[in-house]
Design a protein around this ligand. Structure first.
Ligand SMILES: [Zn+2]
Length: 457
């Protein structure tokens, strides 16, 4: 039943979670899984309700990974502790599928793909990653109207397009993709429970809003935004300017779903809270997205989810990637600024490995400048690595004649480099330091491998 109802792959994610946690994690089941998920508690560790107040980050209980990561929730580096040993539960905000993805998107997904590979391959944990696909929203409806096709048809085209781009960039797919339009009953249940707890209200226009002031000082725990700041509200049926839509009444001729509040569709933030909770229940290790998602999107996700689960801390670690800036202008690459390069165009002249090296050379949290110089630097580094490997192979085959190699020195340097690379990864996934350590090893290797003559056969 569960497997038939939920998106393909979710069953696999659930199996993975169950086996890895020996049945101790909450796993949703059946209709209205979002509503039920919160009720199925972990047997191993009870929910952390009422264990603290306000905005302070609560250090999770669980197993240390040996990694320190910057956590946007505490605004400092923290030990990465997984609730279930060896398994990281990870929710990634996915794309809104109405057009081709651009390099700004690529940068965020590649950087988090690198982090995922470090967590799994270097530190030996499994990752169960869920990515939500926003396949209904204002931009999709607008574009579909312009093209005179249905919004869902448009969304399917660009969802497939996004997946192809990610594959071309060698980004591992999430354990499961979950579409918003396939989780509407769960979203409605989620909103109903928030309303029942007194944190949301419906209006006569058929909209439902989250009541931000009802959260008190807990609203703003991620981004230090205070709900009581005076701002002017224009033409809205909200009670307060920072209140945000959980459910939007449909306009005439718009795609809609029936709900207790009339015909409409979900607001943006509620999608991610519901989808994450449907799979992972009341607790999540890692939540990621670009830095511009921190406010209001992640702040609002936190408010909704903590009200829904009645817990003090839903997501334990929020990681945000820095912007991709256009060299010289200091503008971030974005659709609205019309300064973007699509992933497809980029890959006609550059390779996925070159882009990945470009990403590796900066810390994932930093803004990164994109331009010919930085891409050329990345290409040169890759070239240096491959010519070193080729020389080393030639030496091993006796095809490269050079002065005697001090192997003991190289072995020692290799061991040191391995340790330095791992230490750099453990320090908030510092890939630029790891690349520097490898280039240093190559530099020393090259000095020893300096060919007297290259023997050709
Ligand atoms: Zn999201």
């Amino acid at each position: 039943m569960l497997q038939a109802r939920l998106a393909p792959g979710l069953a696999a994610a659930s199996r993975c979670l169950r086996s890895a946690s020996r049945g101790e994690l909450p796993v949703a089941a059946g209709r209205g899984a979002g509503a039920e998920a919160g009720l199925v508690r972990s047997r191993a560790s009870p929910p952390r309700c009422c264990s603290g107040v306000g905005r302070k980050w609560i250090k999770p209980t669980g197993r240390e990974t040996g990694i320190q990561t910057y956590n946007s929730l505490s605004r400092s580096k923290e030990p990465l502790i997984l609730a279930n040993a060896g398994v990281a539960t990870w929710y990634s905000c996915g794309p809104t599928v109405y057009d081709h993805a651009h390099l700004g998107h690529a940068c965020s997904y590649v950087r988090f793909d690198i982090i995922r590979r470090i967590i799994t391959k270097v530190f030996g944990n499994q990752v169960v990653m869920v990515m939500g696909i926003t396949d209904i929203d204002d931009k999709i409806i607008k574009r579909a109207n312009e093209m005179n096709i249905s919004p869902l048809a448009l969304a399917r085209v660009y969802e497939e397009d996004f997946k192809q781009d990610m594959a071309a960039l060698k980004v591992l797919p999430p354990t499961v993709y979950m579409r918003v339009t396939e989780n509407i009953p769960q979203i409605i249940s989620f909103i109903e429970r928030i309303m029942a707890s007194g944190h949301a209200y419906a209006t006569s226009k058929g909209n439902v809003y989250f009541d931000v002031k009802s959260r008190g000082e807990r609203y703003g725990k991620l981004t230090s935004v205070y709900p009581d700041v005076q701002e002017e509200m224009v033409d809205s049926d909200k009670r307060h300017v920072k209140d945000f839509a959980l459910w939007k009444a449909a306009k005439p001729q718009e795609l809609y779903w029936a709900s207790p509040w009339g015909k409409g569709r979900p607001g943006w933030h509620i999608e991610c809270s519901t989808i994450s909770s449907t799979v992972f229940g009341s607790q999540l290790d890692i939540h990621t997205g670009g830095i511009d998602l921190a406010f209001p999107h992640h702040e609002n996700e936190i408010a909704q989810s903590e009200v829904y689960h009645q817990c003090e801390q839903w997501g334990n670690y929020f990681l945000h990637s820095g912007h991709l800036l256009i060299k010289g202008s200091q503008e971030k690459m974005s659709k609205s600024l019309k300064n973007y390069i699509t992933i497809k165009d980029f890959l006609t002249k550059n390779s996925a490995d070159e882009f990945r090296m470009f990403c590796l050379r900066s810390k994932y949290r930093s803004a990164i400048e994109f331009g010919d110089d930085s891409m050329n630097d990345a290409k040169n580094l890759l070239q240096a690595i491959s010519s070193f490997i080729s020389d080393a192979n030639a030496y091993m085959k006796g095809q490269l004649v050079c002065d005697p190699i001090k192997e003991d020195v190289l072995w020692e340097m290799l061991a040191n480099t391995k340790a330095n690379v791992k230490a750099a990864f453990a320090d908030d996934f510092d890939t630029s330091r790891a690349v520097a350590a490898i280039m240093d090893l190559i530099h020393h290797g090259n000095r020893q491998l300096k060919a007297v003559t290259k023997v050709t056969h």
